[in-house]
Design a protein around this ligand. Sequence first.
Ligand code: NCD
Length: 303
Amino acid sequence: MPSGLLGIEPLDRVEIEAILDRAKSFQPQQTARRKSDQLRGRMIVNLFFEASTRTRTSFEIAAKRLGADAISITATGSSVSKGESLVDTLNTLGAMHPDAIVMRHAASGAPHFLARHLVETPIINAGDGTHEHPTQALLDARTILDRRSSLEGLRVAIIGDIAHSRVARSNVYLLSKFGAQIVLCGPASLLPPELARLAPGVTLTHKIEDAIRGADVIMMLRVQLERQHEPAFSANEYFQFYGLRLEHMTLAKPDAIVMHPGPINRGREISSEVADSQRSVILNQVENGIAVRMAVLERILGN
Ligand code: NCD
């Protein structure tokens, strides 16, 4: 990782494994919940131009656990809502000399723009448009590896609004580097055929049953209504064809796990019975979000 973390695509296996290993040592069951002072005196700015609960909070908690000062700026509470341009906001922040900036933005490529603009400051991408969400893919991999010895050969079904999902893209890049078989599934309007060329090991299907059959991991995605001009189906129709229900689980491997990056919409992409079942690791993902973000911050800012 040269300076920041903009995506999974440019990382190699060794870098990814190093983060995942280190994240394990930050899991609550491994460490007493003491704060360390490893990053004492460092200032991390969380710059969030889009709504977020899990990602922003866990970056904040991760920074604080390592002893850093964390400041969160959200678009609605900042001068962005007074019409300040992105460049002016970034220049203002740059002048405060943060040690790292964590950025979420609705435009794909926004953190890359920031990285070119503030060359001295490591930038961490916390989700850019429909492009990448690298720390999500890392925490997802950590969650799978807590239950499986390797990603190699695992069958991972990613189901839902693939077209608009940065979570899907980052996961495809990561899982493919480790030899997983990835089945992307969704309605034709949300699953463009070119996604089959995203990485080796990717296949596409429009039928949820075909995606789930034999799966080790079932990863559900939210329909990103904020990124669609006119949704092609109602919530009920969507749930009927692409909602994960208990009856589907018999098709998967007996020990298959169900994942979701959140926020979940019960009765739209996943039934409550599945979301709250023993198979669901959704809250383990949230837990690992802190551990993985600690590992990423330590790697970028620790000496
Ligand atoms: C995702 C995101 O924002 O990309 N959520 C998250 O970070 N946990 C997925 C989503 O919003 O549906």
